[in-house]
Design a protein around this ligand. Structure first.
Ligand code: AMP
Ligand code: MG
Length: 407
């Protein structure tokens, strides 16, 4: 369903330039190419002494006079002669005698004996030891970050390393969210009998914010066909994606599908999955724009599972990211279950260690798709594919840690 729905999706988020300090989680709009070598000069990886390897005795220690001192941030202008040692500090440039001739080996301070202005070096040092070469990390002209990448802390660090102070990214995806149901009451409001508090808007808002979206909270809609249709119509004008929960099953009071069909087209409905079967994907028309709608089920666990597995990749794609699918990890199961063939299922589960300290995945004891405490107590989801009919203890299962998708 995700692959099929993705075929019609391109990001509509416009480019903008942001400061590096606020670039975390943003999605790049272009490749970033380095205009410099990193590091920019050959430099020392340790505090110690720089020498010419050819000056060292092949067997036994070597004593050399100390001539000169070069610190980080300094361009030592002395001449590094053969037969001498130069004191050097971590990050300091290696002094050059000529373009091709310079000390080529560094001893750590811990490994040498200093006696006044002489130094004794042990035998056996490898030529080139403790020198970081210019460009060994990044070469001028290298592409350091690709188009469509969601920036992680190390990516932001890399942009800084090549001297960027800003980066071209996509504007945040504008997502409107709605809850539906006459029984749903916003936390903080006075609750009537037969009502429950709205969970889904709050978990969805949090999920979307983690993905860097701009969330437009459209509140709670009554189970009324016209009200739902008009709210969806009006939200489609200035949002890139509409996300609803509830009101999408078979019941007489489920009006979300009808509203989507009246304003555009329903593409997919009722997937062979558990939880979350009633999920619907479609679009509504706003002039010449087609605004995608993801109508999630109502039960709070089903909402989160279908968001993570179906909505999240689509949100990332719409946001301009090229990397939309999370990694699963194969972990031995600490449980056994049987399952209906032909349906994909997710179990809430946690990682545990057995007596031998091996990692295993344990299923949460209750399965109801309204049991939100099962999500609170779990570390992730076990995904059981359509062909599986039975899992026995010790079988490898696909585990999706929440840490992989709630970031
Ligand atoms: P529905 O598909 O609208 O029949 O909803 C299925 C179940 O999920 C019902 O028990 C609803 O009360 C519940 N539900 C729907 N929306 C929410 C919400 N926003 N927060 C908590 N529970 C909800
Ligand atoms: Mg409902």
């Amino acid at each position: 369903a995700v692959a099929r729905f993705s075929e019609n999706i391109v990001s509509v988020c416009k480019p903008e330039e942001v400061e590096l300090a606020s670039a975390i989680g943003r999605i790049t709009f272009s490749d970033v190419i380095s205009s410099i070598d990193v590091p920019p000069h050959n430099n020392s990886a340790v505090d110690g002494f720089a020498v010419y390897h050819d000056d060292l005795n092949v067997s036994g220690s070597t004593t050399l006079p100390i001539r000169g001192r070069v610190v980080a941030g300094d361009n030592w202008i002395g001449n590094p002669e053969r037969g001498q040692a130069i004191q050097i500090f971590t990050g300091a440039p290696i002094p050059q005698k000529t373009k091709v001739l310079s000390p080529d080996t560094i001893f750590m301070i811990e490994d040498v004996v200093v006696d006044g202005d002489k130094i004794t070096l042990p035998e056996g040092q490898i030529k080139g030891a403790n020198i970081r070469m210019a460009g060994e990390d990044v070469k001028e002209g290298d592409t350091v970050i690709n188009y469509g990448k969601r920036l992680r802390p190390q990516d932001v660090g890399m942009l800084a390393a090549i001297g960027c102070s800003t980066v071209k990214v996509r504007a945040p995806l504008k997502v409107a969210i709605f809850s539906t149901g006459d029984e749903i009451c916003d936390p903080g409001e006075k609750i009537r009998s037969a009502q429950i508090f709205d969970i889904n808007r709050y978990s969805l808002m949090s999920l979307l914010k983690k993905l860097g979206c701009k969330v437009n909270d459209m509140g709670i809609l009554p189970d009324d066909k016209d009200a739902i249709r008009e709210s969806i119509r009006s939200a489609s004008r200035d949002n890139d994606l509409l996300l609803t929960s509830g009101g999408v099953s078979m019941g007489e009071e489920d009006h979300v599908r009808t509203a989507i069909n009246e304003l555009g087209k329903l593409h997919l409905w009722k997937l062979l999955i558990k939880p979350g079967r009633p999920i619907a994907l479609g679009h509504v028309n706003d002039d010449d724009r087609e605004v995608p709608v993801i109508a999630l089920p109502g039960n709070p666990v089903a909402v989160m599972v279908t968001f993570l597995r179906v909505a999240r990749p689509l949100v990332l794609l719409l946001s301009g990211s090229l990397d939309i699918y999370p990694n699963y990890f194969s972990v031995p199961s600490a449980f056994s279950v049987t399952k209906k063939k032909g349906r994909r299922e997710w179990l809430r589960a946690s990682l545990v260690r057995d007596k031998g300290n091996n990692l295993k995945v344990k299923k949460y004891p209750f399965d109801g798709s309204g049991i939100l405490s099962s999500m609170v107590s779990s570390d992730g989801l076990v995904e059981l594919s359509e062909d599986i009919v039975k899992v026995s203890e010790g079988d490898l299962v696909d585990f999706l840690p929440f840490s992989e998708v709630l970031n």
